[in-house]
Structures are given as C-alpha cells and as structure tokens.
Design a protein around this ligand. Sequence first.
Ligand SMILES: [Zn+2]
Length: 75
Amino acid sequence: MPIYEYVCLDCKTQFDALRSMTEADAPIPCKQCQSEHTSRMLSLFFAHSDGRVVAQQSTAAACSSCAGGHCATCG
Ligand SMILES: [Zn+2]
C-alpha cells in the first residue's frame, strides 16, 4: 500500500498515511488538529507535471525537498 503525504492547510503540519490508491484523494483529517482542510502533496516517486505523470527512480531523488529534481538545493 503506497504512502501518501499530506499537508494541513490550517496548521501547516505535514504528515503521511498508508492508504489505498482509491483513498488517496479522499479527505483525511490532520493528525495534529483534526482539521479536514488538508491537501495531498506529491509522492516521492511520482510527480505530476502539466497533467503528465513522471515516474522517478527513488535513487534519482537526490533532493528530499522537492519532487522535480530541480530546485535550489538539488545537486
Ligand atoms: Zn492541522
């Protein structure tokens, strides 16, 4: 079962959850404040770009702060 990452829009807490793919976009309460104003973040292995899904090898994700491989902290 894949791990999905979420961010709470109210308290900015980031958390992850093991969910089935069919549940990935279902509302999930914040683990910190129980708000349901949460948004799913990009997974570590798939990045949505312009409607396309780009698969990435986990070993290529040198930068842990972005999923696209091209941010200020990427090597
Ligand atoms: Zn919260």
